[in-house]
Design a binder for this molecule. Structure first.
Ligand code: HPA
Length: 265
């Protein structure tokens, strides 16, 4: 049986209003889902077996703010095995299940002095020049996916209205994807700032490209957990990323709830 067939068998045939991928330290949102059905990735063919601390590996399906949602609690990163396509089966499955929107979340470093740790940023665009494209090896002309408006303007307005109504200040900016897993050097951070990036992180962008290929509309949020290397005396660390993301998860949850309430039916 395919992953989509297993999910339909367990939770019924209705399409999802919104599918989500929860990043480092943000998995707590899955606890808020009403009437949850929880399926371990290990039961879903093609889903990644996540290996990073701060990431569970389970799909939680249920209702949030009156919407039917599917939350991926935990993702696989390109840095784990060097496989840019690691999230393709899961993203294709969410598209096959008829998700109207895909909301991606991550923890990211800030490249702007005025965007401090604890801030929530809506991704307006990205820079993905430093890692392999996840569509390499995908056959067919569909792989030549345009990336204009990769972050859906209509969904982004719902995010802005949702954040506003919940009283959470929302930043907007360009996310630069790096493969990691080592953090950047101060020189790399200065380069990314000059290239026009506002935040830097090791996830999300491959998923955005795969989602656009699969025909999903995308919206994405970064939880800013630290300043980029060299911007402050203290070096970034995975421990700090997890701790600050966990502290800020309430703000991200509020923005996501606001978004779900505002998203077009
Ligand atoms: N760099 C890359 N990825 C990150 C960072 C960072 O500073 N913070 C959280 N994820």
């Amino acid at each position: 049986m395919t992953a989509a067939a297993i999910i339909r068998q367990r939770t019924g045939p209705a399409p999802f209003d919104c599918a989500m991928v929860l990043g480092s330290g943000l998995g707590i949102l899955a606890e808020a889902v009403e009437d949850p059905t929880v399926i371990a990735y290990a039961e879903l063919p093609g889903f990644p077996v996540a290996g990073v601390s701060g990431h569970a590996g389970r799909l939680v399906i249920g209702r949030l703010e009156g919407r039917r949602v599917a939350l991926m609690q935990g993702r696989a990163h390109v840095y784990e095995q060097g496989d840019a396509r690691v999230m393709k089966p899961a993203i294709d499955c969410l598209a096959e299940l008829g998700a109207k929107a895909l909301l991606l979340t991550n923890a990211a470093g800030s490249l702007k002095a005025e965007m401090a740790p604890g801030a929530v940023m809506a991704i307006s665009d990205h820079i993905a020049l430093f890692g392999p494209n996840p569509l390499i090896g995908t056959p067919g002309d569909g792989r030549f996916v345009p990336m204009n408006e990769a972050y859906d303007p209509g969904l982004r307005s719902a995010l802005v209205r949702g954040a506003d109504k919940r009283g959470i200040p929302l930043h907007h900016g360009v996310y630069a994807w790096v493969t990691g897993p080592s953090f950047e050097t101060p020189a790399e951070i200065r380069m990314l700032q000059r290239l026009g990036a506002d935040a830097v992180g090791m996830s999300t962008v491959p998923e955005v490209i795969l989602a656009r290929h699969a025909g999903l509309s995308v919206v994405a949020l970064s939880m800013i957990t630290n300043y980029g290397a060299g911007m402050v005396p203290q070096a970034p660390s995975h421990g700090e990323t997890k701790a600050v993301a966990t502290e800020g998860a309430g703000a991200v949850e509020a923005v996501i709830r606001g978004f779900l309430a505002e998203m077009p039916a």
